[in-house]
Design a protein around this ligand. Structure first.
Ligand code: MG
Length: 249
């Protein structure tokens, strides 16, 4: 499969999918609270997607059973909503994908529940900053390695580590299109970025080492050393100038 350049009409539809993702994430961020079971977030996600006239991207994807990934504390990505109860001080990563008229949007945020530790707050801020740095580097005429390197440099210069086993991705009619977007890389290397490319950029950042493992449910990814992890993601379109954030909050 090769990289698919989108027309302005296709990007306009992706903007709608992105808007739905953004609305769902904002609602989840407002409603998450201590004492809540993670499956309640999935119900809210479904309700809000329906309100937006959108379909869930994740539900049924390779058998994933829910519409939102909920990953808490040392969980990196792909947590399955269930009976786990959210606690004061947790950091909760929420990843949502939506389909509108056959096109996808994909974004993630990490939110603190109540009073979180200074380390947790710094980790969330650095991960969000790394996403912004990656997006800023996604300009027509630059290379994918510029995006990856911007993220890696931002994170590592602040003493945290970037997950290597999972990457961002091209996105469009399919949730995962070419190219893969690693969060580590070398400036000037990799695919040349062109107007009309639509990309899901998603740094996953650990307070400890970068290594991860997959839990017994075959989905939930956790840090190998038990350290905290945060995840921020946006779907963007490469333009002639500033990248357009299709899932902007
Ligand atoms: Mg993604």
């Amino acid at each position: 499969m090769s990289i698919i350049i989108k027309s302005q009409n296709e990007i306009a539809i992706m903007r709608q999918a992105g808007k739905a993702v953004s609305r769902v994430l904002q609602r989840l961020a407002r409603e998450v609270r201590p004492g809540m079971k993670t499956q309640e977030l999935d119900i809210i996600c479904e309700e809000e997607l329906a309100r937006c006239g959108a379909k869930a991207s994740f539900k049924g994807y390779r058998g994933f059973p829910a519409s939102v990934c909920v990953s808490i504390n040392d969980e990196v990505v792909h947590g399955i909503p269930g009976t786990r109860v959210i606690c004061e001080g947790d950091i909760v990563s929420l990843d949502v994908g939506a389909i509108v008229d056959g096109f996808q949007g994909d974004a993630a945020i990490t939110v603190g529940v109540g009073e979180t530790s200074p380390l947790a707050r710094e980790l969330m801020a650095v991960t969000q900053g790394a996403l912004a740095a990656g997006i800023a580097a996604a300009r027509a005429g630059s290379h994918l390695g510029d995006v990856s390197a911007a993220i890696q440099q931002y994170v590592e210069s602040r003493g945290f580590s970037v997950v290597r086993e999972y990457t961002g991705h091209g996105i469009g009619r399919e949730m995962h299109e070419e190219p893969q977007i690693p969060n580590v890389g070398v400036p000037g290397e990799g695919v040349l970025l062109r107007k009309g490319m639509t990309l899901a950029i998603e740094p996953m950042v650990n307070a400890g080492g970068w290594a991860t493992r997959v839990c017994g449910d075959h989905w939930t990814v956790v840090t190998a050393d038990g350290s905290l992890s945060a995840h921020f993601e946006h779907t963007i379109a490469v333009t002639d100038g500033e990248p357009e954030i299709l899932t902007a909050i």
